[in-house]
Write a protein that binds this ligand. Structure first.
Ligand code: UT7
Length: 325
């Protein structure tokens, strides 16, 4: 009998502090940074984001999302034999956020590690977990995207600080004799490191280099629309499917204009796209599992449906996963 992996539960968590565009515009104005609700909505589709309290880390957000996913799957923390956390805002330089989260969850002993692929992190993590389950290296995995991007934003740079938010999403991925994950497609091109990065690093007890997010938004935008389309088509082709077969496109939530362009290229109506960027902003590796869970809990995304998840981000990294829920 062939061995596959299947999502059996989803969960997500947003920190309680919600800032509407008006709230953020007022906070930035007090610092002499000029922006507006109109600009943010028109250029990005973002209307609000959540920011974690200073003492709250990615592992705390991921823990809540993981607990909800376990509950939805009817699984116990002690059943889990693999935890992968996709994050670019880890709690510490080391150990991994996955190890910290594992201990908080009480799943001690299972394999646990982080994946660093920025906004594509969840797509990378899901692909790795699927491969490990199919080979028999794991049977029941927690795959989590968790971020506190508010920690790495430069609140004097209006071109980036209005775009991002904090949050976490998680899925339980289990071994199954019927296919869940059908195909995936991962890529990276390191020549684009400079267009989206946090260049700083810790050295000799100091931070060397700029420790806040820098982005050439237009360059990222242009690359993103091209590679997302390629990844979507490649993934569909691997599974012998076409865009017309997709029930839901669940893309990385960075900018509504990128999402509209991706949908248009695949000839998909926006009615088939899960959109949370308006309420969450860009939560990097957390955005796809947050959107998936929002769709599931709203009763829109249903068991048996065909979902195309896709992400793009710093590295440059990009990829897609096609799955039957
Ligand atoms: O998660 C990883 C993936 N990241 C992304 O996918 C982000 C991709 N990029 C984008 O989403 C868009 O490029 C942005 C939303 C970042 C920017 O939108 P844009 O339409 O590319 O704007 P722009 O950078 O061309 O800026 C247009 C104008 C500029 O003014 P001038 O030079 O035309 O006078 C900017 O200075 O808008 C100005 N501007 C702002 N104005 C008010 C930039 N940021 C702001 C702001 N408020 N927050």
């Amino acid at each position: 009998m062939r061995r596959y992996s299947r999502i059996t539960g989803t969960g997500s968590y947003l920190p309680p502090r919600r800032l509407s565009n008006a709230d953020l515009v007022a906070e930035l104005a007090a610092k002499g940074v000029e922006t507006s609700d109109e600009w943010i909505v028109e250029r990005t589709g973002i209307r609000a984001r959540h920011f974690a309290a200073p003492e709250v880390c990615s592992s705390d957000l991921g823990l809540e999302a993981a607990r909800r996913a376990l509950q939805a799957a009817g699984a116990l923390a002690t059943d889990i034999d693999l935890i992968i956390v996709a994050t670019s805002t880890p709690d510490m330089v080391f150990p991994s956020t996955a190890c910290i989260l594992q201990n908080k969850l009480g799943a001690n002993g299972c394999a646990a590690f982080d994946v660093q692929a920025v906004c594509s992190g969840f797509i990378y993590a899901l692909t790795i977990a699927d491969a490990m389950i199919r080979t028999g290296a794991a049977s029941k995995a927690l795959v989590i995207g968790a971020e506190v991007f508010s920690r790495i934003l430069d609140f004097k740079d209006r071109t980036t600080c209005v775009l991002f938010g904090d949050g976490a999403g998680a899925v339980v991925l289990e071994a199954s004799d019927t296919p869940g994950i059908l195909a995936s497609d991962l890529h990276a091109d390191g020549k684009h490191v400079g267009i989206l990065c946090v260049p700083g690093h810790v050295s000799g007890g100091n931070v060397l280099g700029h420790p806040l997010l820098k982005m050439d938004g237009q360059a990222v935008f242009k690359l993103a629309v091209g590679v997302l389309d390629e990844a979507a088509r490649a993934t569909l082709a691997k599974a012998g499917k076409t865009a017309a077969d997709i029930d839901w496109l669940i893309p990385h939530q960075a900018n509504i204009r990128i999402m509209r362009s991706t949908a248009r290229k695949l000839k998909l109506s926006m009615d088939k796209v899960i959109v949370t960027v308006d309420q969450h902003g860009n939560t990097s590796a957390a955005s796809i599992p947050l959107a998936l869970d929002a769709g599931v809990r709203a009763g829109r995304v249903k068991p048996g449906q065909l979902l195309l998840l896709e992400g793009v981000g710093g590295g440059f990294t990009w990829g897609a996963v096609l799955l039957q829920l």
